[in-house]
Design a binder for this molecule. Structure first.
Ligand SMILES: [Ca+2]
Ligand SMILES: [Ca+2]
Ligand SMILES: [Ca+2]
Length: 237
């Protein structure tokens, strides 16, 4: 147990600089919204349920996922956050089936639009021609057909979005965007491993000496924190 504490503390120290990055929300969608691991006291407003199960794992996506085949805006709101000064968001994304990239052909552009605290980030790739990925700092982890209709799919680890933020409520959303988006079995999108962590301010919430109940959450977040660290370093290099 003491070895586990040291490992977690060291990982959190490095990931968050001078402060420990604390897990606020993590969901691998193994059981829809019910599999979310949520920090004590935080409340979550979920979007409409729209889940699927991957037939095989690929590129870090596995099992249950959140999958949308329509133009709906998928908004998550986290409320009653502990006192903090920075948030980090990342996820595993899937550009499902025959995406046509960010160009200006009759079937493009196609975007996965991620809006974080009001700031838009557009992600795309041409799966049809296997080119031109624009992952907004993310890293491609798989290209091939493993899900939904028979077109090839692309999996990526998103950038770790770092947000200067102090408010008690945090809102972020995902949606299909772009005039070329064709929806349904032609083009759709999915997310997995959705993670929000925070740099807590001194004395805020679960900062300082963690309560015993916090350890389970921290240990659960250990793998995600390590992966996030690797991606942050890759993005900064
Ligand atoms: Ca999953
Ligand atoms: Ca298209
Ligand atoms: Ca496919």
């Amino acid at each position: 147990m003491k070895l586990g504490f040291a490992a977690v503390a060291a990982a959190c120290f490095v990931a968050g600089g001078a402060q420990a990055a604390t897990s606020i929300y993590f969901n691998d969608f193994s059981d829809g919204f019910d599999s979310a691991v949520i920090a004590s006291g935080v409340t979550v407003t979920n979007p409409s349920a729209s889940f699927a199960t991957l037939p095989t794992a690929a590129g870090g996506a596995s099992g249950g996922i959140y999958h949308r085949t329509d133009a709906g805006v998928v908004t998550f709101t986290l409320s009653n956050l502990p006192s903090h000064d920075k948030l980090y968001l990342n996820f595993t994304g899937i550009l499902v089936d025959s995406w046509d990239g960010g160009g200006s052909s009759s079937v493009a552009p196609d975007f996965l639009r991620v809006t974080i605290d009001g700031v838009q980030h557009d992600i795309t790739a041409d799966n049809y021609n296997n080119c031109c990925a624009q992952l907004d700092g993310g890293t491609e982890t798989y290209y091939g057909n493993f899900f939904y209709s028979s077109w090839n799919d692309r999996v990526f680890s998103s950038a770790v979005y770092e947000i200067a933020h102090t408010g008690s409520t945090f809102t972020f959303s995902f949606q299909a965007a772009g005039s070329g988006f064709q929806f349904g079995t032609d083009e759709s999108w999915a997310i997995d491993n959705l993670s929000v962590t925070a740099d807590l301010t001194n004395g805020g919430g679960v900062g300082g000496v963690p309560e015993p109940g916090t350890w389970a959450l921290m240990i659960l977040g250990f793998g995600a924190a390590g992966a996030s660290l690797r991606r942050r370093r890759a993005a900064l290099a």
